[in-house]
Design a protein around this ligand. Sequence first.
Ligand SMILES: *Cc1c(COP(=O)(O)O)cnc(C)c1O
Length: 389
Amino acid sequence: MTDNKDLLAITHIGEDPKKYMNAVTPPIFMNSLHVFDTVDEYFAVDIFKDEYYYGRASNPTVTILEKKLAALEHGSRAVVFSAGMAACAAAILAVCKAGSHVICIRESYGPVQHLLDEFLCRKYNIEVTYVEGKSLKDFEEAIRPETDMIILESPTTLVFSVIDLEGVAQLAKKHGIKTYIDNTYCSPIFQKPLDMGIDIVMHTMTKYIGGHSDLIGGVLISKDEEFMRNIMVQRDWFGGVIGPMEAWLAIRGLRTLDVRMQRHHETAMEVAKYLEKQPKIRCVHYTGLPSHPQYELARKQQKGESGLLSVEVEGDLKDVATFVDSLKLFGKGASWGGFESLAIAYTYNWSDEDLATHGWNRNIVRLHCGLEGTQNLIDDLKQALDKIN
Ligand SMILES: *Cc1c(COP(=O)(O)O)cnc(C)c1O
């Protein structure tokens, strides 16, 4: 069951209709600046107290969204960005310096690894150790005196590996290392990493928080108020703020986050159970299935799982393509978290070397179960499986 405080966060927290003529939904403050009567009034503005002077520093519509997200993740403050990647980059740059060492799980979101390997390592002398992360020993062995940050994702978003969040948080604290997690998969409805001791939570709002595939955005949340104030200032310097229109759409998306997550969960659960029984499917990766190797750990730290799962198709690459191409309701696309179902032959064109790094094969198809109805999705999957010889 969803915490009742979460339901207040997505419906009312952060809003004050009296400030906008009792309108039931907040306006989109579509302004770049705020004007004042006097010099003193202008200089008295405190952006940390919900006062405004320039849209790159803060905006009233953006603040409403930030208050909701901070409440949802049990943080002191949230800061939203123009993309999940802007939020991720802001966190790494705030925590690390030239010469820092970072530990990152090997299954983390690809562009995060590109940012680390091709930019931060090359230009800022940051070093990264990638670890599998299924055992605390992986982290323990990778820690160095100059380790400043551990980058996590749990579950990961291709084969849904789970990280022991409490365990990693405790270990990191002992060594003065900051922990960061991409919590997009579970959304704040199903997992609260800050309560497990993780320092910084990131979400791409492009996925479940937006929920309608109509915006790009990201957010950082922490219990550490001073850290979040620094993040807010840093956002002002880099300029990665979200636009008021996108912030408003994210607020609207949030209103239904709980009901959508419950439905995505129910649907994906049924789809996963159906697929697990199909002879043309070698295996199903979903943390809701008792066959998931870390089912117990997932039950301990997650209240549920979302609409994203993956399968390994029996056969050769032609069979993989036939299956995906034959799907009618599942659009072929890279994202997830919206109302719509999606399919992607994720590892289809990977190199042998990249596959070997992860111990994966080219038959992995990732499915996002949208809101089109469980039976419709199962019917579509069935007819696509029938097309494989
Ligand atoms: C999509 C995605 C991101 C990036 O989010 P953007 O808003 O596109 O920058 C980060 N992490 C995960 C797990 C994602 O799926």
